[in-house]
Design a binder for this molecule. Sequence first.
Ligand code: NAD
Length: 445
Amino acid sequence: MRIAVIGTGYVGLVSGTCLAETGNHVVCVDVDINKVNKLKSGVVTIFEPGLENIFQRNIREGRLTFTTNLEEAIKDVILIFLALPTPPNEDGSADLSYVLGVAEQLGKIITDYKVIINKSTVPVGTADKVKAAVAENAACEFDVISNPEFLREGVAVEDFMKPDRVIIGTTSARARKLIEELYKPYVRQGNPIIFMDERSAELTKYAANSYLATRISFMNELALLAEKLGANIDNVRIGVGSDNRIGRRFLFPGIGYGGSCFPKDVQALAKTAKENKYDFKILNAVMNVNNIQKHILSEKVLNYFGADLSGITIGIWGLAFKPNTDDIREAPSLYIIQELLDAGAKILAYDPEATSNVRNYFCNLDETQKARLIFVERGWDAVKNVDALAILTEWTEFRGADLAEIKANLKQPVIFDGRNIYDLDAVEAIGFYYNSIGRRTINNI
Ligand code: NAD
């Protein structure tokens, strides 16, 4: 099939590339001319494991192209995917201006039947708004499908190629037939395509993300209680997660959920509830817990060293909001770095992929703080001669690091671990002050 994907960010680039991988002809559209130029010259603009290979292959095979010209891109296609940003407005609601803006443009330029498939995460009722925006000018038939995307950054290619399920919201038999055909190669192992109405599909996406965020906030609160009770949250997590009714995933306590989806989607669902005169009490608690949790690690540092961190250097391992991505949107590291800088600390920060994004994020710091935030190229450079190491993202390379070597490099053998990556007994045997989440604090310097 011939397909256009509008918006070539994390979702659009992965979707476009994976749609080309099964033999479709895909043109990806973006308004960011620098991004499109890079993609045209064969540069993958995001870090996503497994993407580079299939990206290069499909460009070589002529199945994957890039453009800034929307009108050209949609001329010969039948399916148009929207993978556009839906960032939060100030009041927490989703900003639909990108999606509706493109819908309006499409209405003016489509000349034959198209199926417009929305992959962006949007509030319930958006499919109707998209239909209305297109219909205002469209002189031909079209359908709008709600097809929320569930890929996870870090394993996005795998998730797209073998989704647990595909959710399709449509009441049009014509559109359903086309999309069913398109997704066939991705569900060969029996994973279902679930058809429903547009509103239910839109709500399913928010429900999934909000429920996962709820599990995380629940575990984060439980971790705080475990610390007070002298229990080990990791044992509790394993015990609880081995119950089939509960399952093992999304039970890891830490320093708060981040990323481009959970924070904004929980907020947006709470806002939708409020607009419909329903106070979604659990969601409010989930957000409150997360806001507290983002500050837990810097609090631990300040409790240990005192409120004034002048003269103290903290090494940081991990800046991305989770491993295997360079995405730093709403990453806990951003809050923690700012708090440590405000308290006077000097920081040596390292991440395998996200350093340049964080450097850009902090480009407007005042000069004194800027001078105290140093990005290093190698993980060990963030450990050498610093007063403490703070672990903010659980990249695999940190998990296997030699604890004795860490101790030998640190000025003081002090670790604040926001991701519980080390075994308490091993840490104790080598001799550290080691403060993690929901577990006893080791004080064996
Ligand atoms: P992103 O910011 O990485 O990418 C969006 C892209 O759209 C950008 O490249 C931007 O330049 C482009 N764009 C903006 N206006 C445009 C226009 N008028 N025409 C063409 N391109 C335009 O966003 P993302 O992370 O890919 O998320 C997109 C949507 O998918 C959001 O609604 C998000 O909630 C949802 N989603 C994201 C993920 C994820 O893991 N990132 C997962 C599932 C769903």
